[in-house]
Write a protein that binds this ligand. Structure first.
Ligand SMILES: [Mg+2]
Ligand SMILES: [Zn+2]
Length: 493
């Protein structure tokens, strides 16, 4: 008996080493897992680590099921294969099949989410539907969205705010992006209107004249940008100014934070003060030209330098006059030294006062995150003279304001942009939060602004042609053009 038990134990030891699980071995020999474990101890053998072990029979079956039947849940697969859910999850990870069970909003719409109708080409949503038959999907945080809107954005980019999606196929459950279009795609309607209302008298009614007539319904759209983190990575002082004072950006900002909290001061005034103090200690001159010089060496997010003209041209062709504005808590003088300066109508940013020797001595204007919103009202009312305190508060009827809020876009990147995001969004304009391209963490942070209802959408800070941001702003321009052409007033909600 000991002889045969010994032989059995050696066999068990070999199976443990070859990677069989304790469960599988135990069930083959009619003994408990604990017993197998004891034998392993006695024989001095260890099981292979989970990720080196070849898959057993039921694990192989699970892997096949995971790949072939994406609609089976981990629980279903575990039940069918006699494994625990944890084991199934591990197999899914190992076989790189885990993404298939992610929620739709993370993995995108996949063929197993719809049934394709052969005749119509419609992709009929297989998951939950609204009463009218619109597909719905979870978008996290307990919220849901229409599946067709998600499908449209996946393929064509963000839907401009307030714009509905139409199904060309009239099948509400369809999520085929080729069957979906923007409801503001009114080119056909505009063309009809031109024939009725705008057709010039006489015989010069060729297309170009009609176009010119349409363009007389001119509107102005303001696009306002935060600077640091929105157009250029990092803080503008960090590239040259702070290193010149012999500090690291970290040290510099830590001292600014300390000054701010110790004195219960304004953070912007404190950083301006600290710039002057540190520069004086090191005899670093701070004249207008020194600050401007430091603006030359900034780096930008992709496409920034071509962006401003291209968007302006696009607007001009649609009868929309585009004005770009910078709204920054950073230094106006540094921004003035950048190539961006000549592309924008105005730079609203913090400024120094210079003495008769031309040296900066005092803050002349400090733009912090709450005062930033003031400049949006200035743009709205055309009250650009900062010394005219009355101008900003003077009553101007909505229809006489040069840039209505519906025609305003605010692009920013962080917490300090929240008041502007909210203001523009609530008054009918478009608010966009950008994040450094390819930074997943930053994207998730930006996404929070959407979840909290502060912005309409997020986009990578990539300003290149045909990128998501480019398409988004262009469609917003189209929207303004169409609204103007049709004399429409959008209902404010
Ligand atoms: Mg910023
Ligand atoms: Zn369809």
């Amino acid at each position: 008996m000991p002889q045969s038990e010994n032989a059995r134990d050696q066999e068990i030891a070999r199976r443990i080493e070859s990677g069989d699980t304790y469960e599988a071995i135990g069930s083959d020999y009619g003994i408990s897992r604990q017993r197998v474990h004891q034998i392993a101890e006695r024989e001095g053998v260890r099981p292979l680590p989970a990720d080196e072990r070849p898959l057993g029979e039921s694990e192989q079956l699970a892997a096949q099921l995971l790949g072939a039947e994406p609609r089976l849940s981990y629980q279903d697969v575990a039940q069918r294969c006699g494994l625990s859910q944890r084991q199934v999850r591990r197999i899914a990870d190992k076989a790189e099949l885990a993404w298939m069970r992610w929620p739709v909003y993370r993995r995108g719409i996949q063929p197993w989410d719809y049934d394709e109708e052969i005749e119509t080409g419609c992709w009929v949503w297989r998951h939950g539907k609204s009463a009218q038959g619109h597909g719905r999907l979870n978008v996290g945080n307990g919220k849901s969205d229409y599946a067709h809107r998600f499908a449209y954005e996946e393929q064509h980019g963000p839907i401009p705010p307030g714009v509905a999606i139409i199904h060309f196929c009239h099948n509400y459950s369809c999520v085929n992006p080729e069957h979906l279009g923007l409801d503001d795609d009114w080119d056909g309607v505009v063309a009809e209107m031109q024939q009725v209302d705008f057709a010039p008298a006489g015989d010069e009614a060729d297309g170009s004249v009609e176009g010119a007539e349409l363009a007389t319904s001119r509107v102005t759209m303001a696009v306002a940008y935060d600077f640091d983190g929105t157009l250029a990575p990092g803080n503008m002082q960090e590239r040259q100014f702070i290193p010149d004072t012999g500090m690291t950006p970290r040290e510099f900002w830590a001292e600014v934070d300390r000054l701010t909290s110790e004195n219960q001061a304004d953070g912007v005034l404190m950083y301006m003060y600290h710039m002057l103090r540190k520069a004086a200690e090191r005899n670093v001159p701070v004249r207008l030209e020194d600050l401007r010089e430091r603006g030359r060496w900034l780096e930008y997010f992709p496409g920034v330098l071509e962006w401003f003209d291209r968007i302006k041209d696009y607007g001009e062709n649609r009868g929309v006059h585009i004005e770009h504005y910078i709204l920054s808590s950073g230094n106006a003088e540094i921004i003035e030294g950048t190539p961006v300066a000549e592309k924008v109508a105005r730079i609203y940013a913090s400024r120094f006062l210079f003495d008769d020797k031309g040296e900066a001595v005092w803050p002349a204007l400090a733009v912090n995150y709450t005062t930033k919103t003031q400049f949006l009202f200035r743009i709205n009312k055309g009250a650009h003279d900062l010394s005219d305190a009355g101008g900003i508060n003077r009553f101007v009827p909505q229809e006489d304001r040069p840039v209505p809020f519906e025609n305003m876009v605010y692009i920013g990147d962080g917490e300090t942009d929240v008041p502007c995001f909210r203001l523009v969004k609530e008054l009918g304009g478009l608010s966009v939060a950008v994040y450094p391209p390819r930074s997943r963490r930053a994207r998730e942070q930006a996404q929070r602004f959407v979840d909290e209802g502060r912005v309409h959408c997020v986009a990578p800070a990539d300003y290149t042609q045909d990128g998501p941001l480019d398409r988004l702003i262009r469609s917003n321009i189209d929207l303004a053009a169409n609204r103007a052409a049709l004399g429409l007033e959008i209902a404010r909600s």
